[in-house]
Design a protein around this ligand. Structure first.
Ligand code: ADP
Ligand code: MG
Length: 688
């Protein structure tokens, strides 16, 4: 049991107690955030120098290799100028005769004699059968230095010194490292002890041992992290008094039966989760994720109806006016056979109409209010706000969401997003929220066929578009920017509009939509498009969210390489909304490999979650939201993208633990409990 009996607390022992670390060195270490022996032991290598011998016939061009060989020919030395020199010699690696080139180390010449056995590390030039030498060890290959750790260092400290400090620390204290994980979890996942894992990460005997050691830390880091955020969530849930919605399930079912279609399994599942929240005394704080077209609006409508049945008002907040109008329209349709009263509030509702509307809201005569951020203005007062739903949640700031939430007395809050956030990020960045996912499309949906075309193929593309228009369908043409910018070489919507008007010579009505239009103008254009008075709509990305014109079956996206995968997917989601086959053509001449890869992926899948995972892989978690998102943690060993399975396991384990009695009582979880207490989560200062 000794690894669990703390002999000493290694975080209390300063680095200066170690051999070879004096005042000055300690200061350099402090600058790197290394104060205690524990800090030093947790300073892991960021890579390993691999000196393992390899068969030269398997080494690729320009790869780094280490080989053992016998010197074959007399070395020859050439000088260029005073300091520059080149030493060349031939040597046998097994039966291969290869050449070694060694720059600016003339003194090596005297150390080399024919038939000597030497070990060379360097870069392999396959075409010239030559190694450019980085290092020569004058003797046979040494097994113990197969793999050497490489550490980040600062100040005067060298990597070599760092290796020594860490070796000293390992020798003196390595066995005293406590596993924060209880034995039961180590056994469950067959994880090595922390002390062994630390040793292995610094000095891996082989790849297997290294992998095993990584597993320990990946799990430990993820579990600690999940315990923290989930403890915070649990605490918030228990501390904030929410509404308990009381309503008749039969009445709700009756409403669901009036819908023109049966719910998908996924819709039913998330609805169950939402209703669970509504009827519980905890305040709902839930993120609903579902790909474009997965049917979130219906789920929102049913939830709002449930709140209505329990005598509360509801609010639906969306980022754009177009979207607000569309939502108000579809809700009005869905609630047609009910007495529910829906109103729309945007900045274009003005004067007397606005005043009236606000009064009715305050009197409780409006059941559901749909709108943009106009909803969170001070003058907007509900009589009894019980449920707030926001669509496209990440477009609203945290502050805006808070203001909206405070408009009632702790209303339940549901955030909807069509931007599929990779599961990994959803359970980390949005860790304090519960997450529901609609991962199933309504039946009968045809997959959108996506093609990637170079700009020079524009004639063929426009011919294809015309064929669809001739069938009575409509099309979008999307352009990245509205302003001419030579530097970016981006097509602007106005130019494209002119070009297409010219190209189709009045055969079709072509509309133009961009962010510079007033909301009245935008509304007119959208209306004309949805009534099929306009067949082809040239637009910037303002059509991105929510627009629903099922007869539009074709989308052409100019300069597609300028968009992220998730955004392309969002845009593409404007088509494929009806029963006809839809198409999306990406016009792009990407220069980089990543750019080409992205276009290819788009043509291969319609699954938003797959795309978002890919996006994450290609861009990294820090960039995923376009800016560094606070809350996306940095791990020492774990990697959210590649270790996401472990993250999922840790998430479930953390949940199970936090809601179990043994976790809060048993001795073996003491370390984990202390860690949660230490983080200050339970002090309440992290509550918003
Ligand atoms: P989202 O907001 O998730 O992008 P919507 O709620 O706008 O998707 O739904 C897209 C379309 O699918 C709408 O026309 C809607 O009426 C329809 N729809 C939603 N749920 C279902 C279902 N269960 N079966 C068939 N069609 C559905
Ligand atoms: Mg929607």
């Amino acid at each position: 049991m000794f690894p669990y009996k703390k002999v000493t607390n290694l975080s209390d022992i300063t680095v200066t107690t170690l051999k070879g670390i004096g005042e000055e060195t300690a200061n350099s270490l402090h600058a790197m955030g290394i104060f205690s022996v524990e800090d030093l032991l947790m300073h892991f290598p960021y890579r390993y120098e691999d000196y393992r011998l390899r068969d030269i016939s398997e080494v690729k061009h320009e790869e780094k290799i280490t080989v053992e060989g016998k010197v074959h020919g007399e070395p020859s030395l050439m000088y260029f100028g005073k300091k520059k020199s080149r030493l060349t010699f031939r040597f046998f690696v097994g039966r291969f005769l290869v050449k070694a080139v060694c720059f600016n180390r003339p003194y090596y010449k005297n150390k080399l004699s024919i038939n000597d056995t030497i070990t060379i590390t360097g870069k392999w030039d396959q075409h010239r059968q030559t190694i450019t030498v980085m290092e020569i060890h004058f003797g046979p290959f040494l097994k113990e230095s197969e793999v050497e750790p490489v550490y980040s260092v600062k100040g005067n400290i060298t990597v070599k010194q760092m290796r020594k400090f860490i070796t000293n620390a390992l020798n003196a204290y390595g066995d005293q490292l406590d596993s924060s994980l209880p034995l039961s979890l180590l056994q469950k996942y067959k994880l090595p002890l922390k002390s062994d894992s630390v040793k292995a990460l610094h000095n891996p005997v082989n790849q297997d041992v290294l992998k095993h050691a990584r597993r320990y830390f990946v799990y430990e880091e993820f579990l600690l992290f999940q315990l923290k955020i989930q403890a915070l969530r649990k605490y918030k849930r228990e501390q904030t008094v929410g509404l308990v919605h009381h309503f008749s399930k039969d009445a709700l079912d009756q409403f669901i039966h009036t819908l023109p279609f049966p719910l998908t399994g996924a819709q039913e599942r998330v609805l169950g989760e939402i209703i669970g929240d509504l009827t519980s005394p905890f305040r709902m704080n839930r993120l609903l994720q579902g790909d474009v077209g997965s049917g979130k609006t219906v789920v929102a409508a049913i939830s709002l109806y449930a709140a209505h049945l329990s005598g509360y008002q509801g609010a639906l907040m969306v980022p754009t006016e177009i979207l607000a109008e569309q939502h108000a329209q579809s809700l009005t349709g869905l609630f047609e056979k009910t007495p529910v009263n829906i109103e729309l509030l945007t900045s274009s509702v003005k004067g007397k109409r606005r005043k009236e509307l606000l009064e009715r809201l305050q009197q409780g005569e409006i059941d559901i209010l749909v709108g943009t951020h106009a909803l969170i203005q001070q003058e907007v007062n509900f009589l009894k706000l019980g449920l707030v739903i926001t669509d496209e949640q990440h477009r609203f700031g945290v502050e805006q969401r808070r203001v909206l939430r405070e408009k009632g007395s702790n209303p339940d809050v549901l955030f909807m997003t069509a931007t599929p956030i990779p599961r990994t990020l959803a359970i980390t960045a949005f860790g304090e929220m519960d997450v529901s996912i609609i991962d199933e499309m309504p039946a009968g949906r045809k997959a959108i066929e996506t093609y990637w075309a170079k700009h020079q193929m524009i004639d063929r593309v426009l011919g294809f578009v015309e064929k669809e228009l001739q069938k009575g369908r409509q099309a979008y043409v999307i352009c990245p920017l509205i302003e001419e910018s030579e530097k970016l070489d981006v097509q602007n919507a106005i130019d494209v509009h002119d070009m297409l008007t010219h190209y189709y010579r009045g055969k079709w009505k072509i509309g133009l939509m961009h962010g510079r239009l007033s909301s009245d103008e935008k509304e007119k254009v959208m209306e004309a498009f949805s009534e099929n008075d306009v067949q082809l709509l040239v637009s910037t990305t303002v059509v991105e969210v929510g627009v629903n014109v099922p007869n539009a079956t074709m989308m052409v996206i100019y300069d597609a390489e300028r968009f992220g995968l998730s955004q392309l997917h969002q845009l593409r989601g404007r088509v494929g909304r009806g029963s006809e086959q839809s198409y999306c053509i990406l016009l792009a001449d990407p220069k980089s490999e990543v750019g080409k890869e992205r276009m290819k992926i788009m043509t291969e899948t319609n699954d938003g979650f797959v795309l978002s995972e890919k996006d994450l892989e290609l861009r990294g978690p820090g960039d995923f939201f376009g800016r560094k998102q606070s809350g996306v943690p940095e791990f020492k060993v774990a990697d959210m993208v590649h270790d996401y399975r472990a993250l999922e396991v840790a998430r479930q384990d953390a949940h199970e633990l936090l809601y179990s009695q043994r976790f809060w009582e048993d001795e073996e979880y003491k370390g984990l409990r202390e860690m949660i207490e230490k983080s200050g989560i339970l002090d309440g200062d992290k509550l918003d």
